[in-house]
Design a protein around this ligand. Structure first.
Ligand code: 6PG
Length: 476
């Protein structure tokens, strides 16, 4: 391919390859580079056909082939690899060039890199990219953050390759500093909670209701037609139907029950703790993955701790009713997870001066992202009605529309009882119920905690009947 390329993609893992192909298929000439040249060559040989893609064998060659100001997209593993690439790349760049990091980098790293590059007049953007490998190729959801000026230089390219919803391309400016990666981190934390909620529903259907993987797939498919219409719900059905080529049994049943995580969900939980935002369902999903890892311990403890004879104390009852309860319960988990994630985003945006527009975030998640779901349109309307109210789930509109019908606590309560009777852990659902119960309670028993703190440590307390800080000699 002759002539200058409009963008350089560094890192030829599957995501980098697919984004390069997506860009090129939209008529954008791309130059690609990978640290090991074999990978670039294999990509050119095996996947590139008519697309305007040129390989570069050194960073110098890559930089020379780009039109100015240069635009580069890093698709390397989050962590030290990003710093290593930047160390080699930045001396080759000029003022005004734009470097984008499309990996799942930590927002604090992104801010540090942004400042380091800004000192040399180079723009740095942190871009959350969602949609997995397929999304990268066919249209991802893009969450860029950094300076508005830098974003303006890459916006035409990014909006061209993004997924599209009826509200336009699923790419939008998320805010200053590390906002793009912060938003993606929150996206992933909600993703974890959503997946945990789905897994719990699967467990109840299999363990308590005795449904086969096939029958559970049918239920998810049905739910996917209604309010629970979501990529992850449809995907659960698809995965449950997939047969193990060796045994013919559902492959999912042959998969080791140890969930991995790369860190984004945990970072969100850590950030929530740091900012003092209660996000119990997001945290529970992280903890559930961590706990699942202790397979050997679980096996040992399970052998010595059989579920007591005579349990379940509650018969499953009518299957149709139980499934309706379960659907309502999963809706509650999903809405609670979004609610907690969006509260976290609200506080982070304030604390770090990101200037995040949560309505825009929800619009960008509408298509292409792993979180794409019917609820997003409704959530966006709720946010738009009162952008300053952090509590979506408790907004008047939410209450009026769904409190009794869908986010039905009684249904969730029945599911928890059924699950408990069968010894099924429900971290996502139980924390979701707990969250709603706590937030709707004007008086919590924290008064006793305060009294005890004062009694043993003179930590003082406030009173409900007059202002001030008080201490009592509780022994006297
Ligand atoms: C997406 C996903 C993806 C995510 C991975 C890893 O939006 O496409 O969120 O980017 O980071 O699925 O997540 P784990 O922590 O589960 O490995």
């Amino acid at each position: 391919m002759e002539g200058r390329c409009e963008i350089g993609v560094i890192g030829m893992g599957v995501m980098g390859q697919n984004l390069a192909l997506n860009l090129a298929r939209h008529g954008i000439p791309v130059c690609v580079y990978n640290r090991t040249a074999e990978r670039t060559e294999a990509f050119m040989r095996e996947r590139v056909r008519e697309e305007p893609i040129a390989p570069a064998h050194t960073l110098e060659e890559l930089v020379q082939r780009l039109s100015r100001p240069r635009r580069l997209l890093l698709m390397v593993q989050a962590g030290p690899a990003v710093d290593q690439v930047l160390e080699a790349l930045v001396p080759l760049l000029e003022r005004g060039d734009v470097v984008m990091d499309g990996g799942n980098s930590h927002y604090a790293d992104t801010e540090r890199r942004m400042q380091a590059l800004a000192a040399r007049g180079i723009h740095f953007l942190g871009i959350g990219i969602s949609g997995g490998e397929r999304g990268a190729l066919e249209g991802p959801s893009l969450m860029p953050g950094g300076s508005p000026e830098a974003y303006a230089r890459v916006e035409p390219l990014l909006t061209r390759i993004a997924a599209r919803s009826e509200e336009g391309p699923c790419c939008g400016y998320m805010g200053r500093g590390g906002a793009g990666h912060y938003v993606k981190m929150v996206h992933n934390a909600i993703e974890y909670a959503f997946m945990q909620g789905i897994a719990e529903a699967y467990d109840v259907m299999g363990t308590a209701l005795g449904l086969s993987a096939e029958a559970i797939a049918e239920v998810f498919e049905r739910w996917n037609e209604g309010n629970l219409n979501a990529y992850l719900v449809g995907l659960a059905a698809r995965v449950l139907r997939y047969p193990d080529p060796e045994t013919g049994a559902p492959l999912v049943e042959r998969i080791l029950d140890r969930a991995e995580q790369k860190g984004t969900g945990r970072w969100a939980a850590q950030s929530a703790l740091e900012l003092g935002v209660p996000a119990p369902t997001l945290m529970a999903a992280v903890v559930a993955r961590t706990l699942s890892h202790f397979k050997a311990d679980r096996e040992r403890i399970a052998a010595g701790f059989p579920w007591p004879d005579g349990w379940p104390a509650t018969a499953p009852g009518d299957e149709v009713e139980a499934l309706a309860d379960l659907e309502a319960a999963l809706n509650l988990v999903v809405l609670t997870a979004f609610s907690q994630g969006l509260w976290l985003l609200h506080e982070a945006s304030r604390a770090y001066a990101y200037g995040v527009d949560r309505g825009e975030v929800l619009r960008v998640w509408r298509a292409g992202s792993i979180l794409r779901a019917r609820w997003l349109g409704f959530l966006r309307e709720v946010v738009r009605e009162d952008p300053e109210d952090p509590h979506l789930l408790f907004s008047p509109r939410f209450r009026a529309e769904i409190r009794d019908r869908l986010a039905g606590l009684p249904a969730a309560g029945r599911v928890l009882r059924l699950a408990f009777a069968h010894g099924i852990p429900m971290p996502a659902l139980s924390t979701a119920v707990d969250y709603v119960l706590s937030m709707r309670r004007s008086r919590l028993p924290a008064n006793l905690i305060q009294a005890q703190r004062d009694a043993f440590g003179a930590h003082t307390y406030e009173r409900i009947d007059r202002p001030g800080v008080f201490h009592t000699d509780w022994e006297g």
